[in-house]
Design a protein around this ligand. Structure first.
Ligand code: GRF
Length: 192
C-alpha cells in the first residue's frame, strides 16, 4: 500500500509512520510527504529520503485553488491512501470527493467529542476527566467521518494543552500505524 502523508507541523505522527514503514514486513510505504506550509516535519521526509512537496496555503487566492494544486501534486504519486497527520487545514470538498474514502485523519480527541482544530484545548476547557485519540475516514465534514480506531486517554490534574497533547500523540501514533497496517492487509474496509 502506498501512502502520501500531509502535515502542517512537527510531523511526529509522520515520523512514526516512516519508522514503521522502514521495517521490511510493514505492508505500506510512504511515497511522498506534502505540507501546506514550510512545516518542520518535512525534515523527517528528507531524513528518510522520501520526496516531499509544499503547497503554501498563503500563496493561493482561494481554498479551492490551493486544493487543486494539492490534488495535482498528489496525482503525481498516485498514492493508494492519503494520511492527514497534523494537517491543520480543511480539504476542499473537491479534493475529498477526488480521493474519498482513501483519506484518513488522526485527531487528538475521542470523536465525536471535540472535533476541529483545537481538540486538546477544548477538552481541557471542558474539564473532562478523559479525552482520547481517534483515526477516522475523512469526509467533507469537520472530523465527522467513520471512526476506524479510537482510545480513551486520561486528563490529569495540572495538565496543560502541551502535557495533554504529548500524552495523546503516542496513542495516536500507535492507532495510526495499526489502522494503516489493517488497511494494507485488507482487514479494514474504508468504503462506506
Ligand atoms: C496531532 O495530534 C494531530 O492529530 C493533530 O495535530 C497534531 C500534529 O502533531 N491534528 P504532529 O505534527 O504529528 O507532531
Amino acid at each position: 500500500l502506498t501512502l502520501a502523508v500531509l502535515i502542517s507541523g512537527t510531523g511526529s505522527n509522520l515520523r512514526a509512520l516512516l519508522e514503521a514503514a522502514a521495517h521490511p514486513d510493514f505492508p505500506a510505504r510512504v511515497v511522498a510527504v506534502g505540507a501546506d506550509r514550510e512545516a518542520d516535519g518535512l525534515a523527517h521526509a528528507e531524513e528518510f529520503g522520501i520526496p516531499s512537496f509544499t503547497v503554501p496555503y498563503a500563496a493561493f487566492p482561494t481554498r479551492e485553488a490551493w486544493g487543486d494544486e494539492l490534488a495535482a501534486q498528489l496525482d503525481v504519486w498516485q498514492p493508494d491512501l492519503i494520511v492527514l497527520s497534523g494537517l491543520m487545514r480543511l480539504l476542499p470538498a473537491a479534493v475529498v470527493a477526488r480521493y474519498a474514502p482513501h483519506i484518513i485523519n488522526t485527531h487528538p480527541a475521542y470523536l465525536p467529542e471535540f472535533p476541529g482544530a483545537h481538540g486538546v484545548r477544548d477538552a481541557l476547557a471542558a474539564s473532562v476527566s478523559q479525552t482520547g485519540a481517534s483515526v477516522i475516514v475523512v469526509d467533507d465534514g469537520v472530523d465527522s467521518g467513520p471512526i476506524l480506531a479510537q482510545e480513551r486517554i486520561p486528563v490529569l490534574p495540572g495538565d496543560t494543552e502541551a502535557t495533554l497533547h504529548e500524552r495523546i500523540k503516542p496513542v495516536e501514533r500507535r492507532l495510526l500505524i495499526d489502522v494503516v497496517q489493517r488497511i494494507a492487509r485488507g482487514e479494514l474496509e474504508l468504503a462506506p
